[in-house]
Design a protein around this ligand. Sequence first.
Ligand code: B12
Ligand code: SF4
Length: 466
Amino acid sequence: MKITFIKPNIGRFDHSLYVDEARMEPLMLGVLAGLTPPDVECVLYDDRMEAIPYDEPTDLVAITVEIYTARRAYEIAAEYRARGVPVILGGMHPTLLPDESQQYADSIFLGDAEHGWAEVVDDARHGRLQPRYQARVGAAQVGGFQPRRDLYSGKGYLPLTLIQFSRGCRFACEFCAISSYFHRRHYARPIEELVDEIRNQGRRYLFLVDDNVLSDREAAKAMCRALIPLGVKWVSQASLDMTDDLELMELLARSGCLGNVVGFESIDPRSIALMRKAPNQGAEAAWDQYQRQVEVLRDFHMQTWAAFTLGHDYDTLESIRETHEFAMRNRFCFAAYNILMPYPGTPLYKRLQNAGRLLWDGQWWLHPEYRFNEAAFVPLNMSADELTRAVWQCRDDWNRPWSIFRRMWDFKTHLSSPARLVLYLAYNPLYARESYKKQGMLFGLSRQSPPAQPPARSAAPTMANP
Ligand code: B12
Ligand code: SF4
């Protein structure tokens, strides 16, 4: 039996295909292949830079889907189904919006693959694939297997190992798909399994793709202690409340943490309260509090990737500009100026839907004319187009060579060690380039809607290994 695993791209430019030069290893597909019985042949195609050989014989196609790749995933599914090959879709998007995904596949898998994928493979092998599999979410990556990282070789991924210690987050930010998917819970795997997996892959530089690696501080401290003797360098995602705990900060630094993606989201305390961003709430006005917290991050040499969501109900064009000035002043390593996006399944989506404020028929991710980084709802203090333009202006200013040069001059962070300077100088121009390339990209390759049902088949499917 043979299974083809696919990571879809987001879409294409008007004039050509989009090749993601900053692509990272698709960990979920390595995990899925690792969970697959060893007698099954596994192949991986990454639509971000290689053509998918639709006519290559295979017995099952497994596609990972998140909201930005849903349209393209449905197109790929349609190609295979037209050739009589069964397709299963899984991941964040099908789990949060199963009835939509169900229309475009023979089968969908809801939840985390660790408990349930073996059953899917067995069913597919015996020609009895079920339309829907429901697994629980949050089963931390189980031990006893290693992700199939051999499938990544030759695909030109960034030289960085993606690995996971924990999943989910205990907070309940209104806009966050993670909070909806994991029902506000956080699940960590046994530390010895993480250490074992780190030892098994040969790289020193790691990206812990945890949603909030510090959601459980005691678990995080134990993890840091276990990482210290390994001598690795790592980055991850973590909430700002880490700065309240200096023991944690010390352990982070000693364990090789170079920095984290940190959700600052907004510089207005009223927006922080509205979005229920608990880790950012405090007694002080957000501005002063952030300043103090940034100093703690800098004291521990953290190269922060500051993430902002823009377009909240208290945001104005002026406050968006001030957000950018805040980021520039603090010389963050990277900044993500994200337009606030209504992800289905989140409280934000429901609130905007109830208020009649959703654009693109409430389904921006499927709309043939929707473009990457466009506002998908009506903001209160500006038009949707103004929000799109204002956020683009921040991104453009941030990514200019002069900005990269100016932000470099921080002796506590980027200039505190050669490794940090290399990280800063290697990744800033790369992400800047990708940011310009992706802006305004259309989703999917075709302007036609992908067919929900496969055309009637005349011949039996070709089995790769009957
Ligand atoms: C790492 C990461 C990235 C990396 C990319 C990594 C890569 N390989 O290319 C970077 C930083 C580049 C990134 C970028 C973006 N990301 Co991102 N990312 C993640 C993150 C944190 C972890 C993903 C991961 O590897 N997890 C580890 C694996 C093992 O777990 P998993 O993916 O959850 O998969 C499990 C299950 O879902 C299931 N499963 C998954 N696929 C399949 C398929 C089948 C067939 C089956 C059976 C099961 C199954 O089984 C797996 C094992 O249990 C997720 C959050 C998350 N928890 O998913 C966000 C997330 C996927 N990203 C998100 C977003 C929005 C983005 C961006 C659009 C951000 C932006 N504005 O630019 C970009 C662009 C994405 C793109 N398509 O190009 C959102 C998507 C929202 C949604 N509703 O779908 C998420 C969920 C984060 C969030 N807070 O909402 N991202
Ligand atoms: S802290 Fe981050 S991961 Fe946790 S719910 Fe809020 S946005 Fe989501």
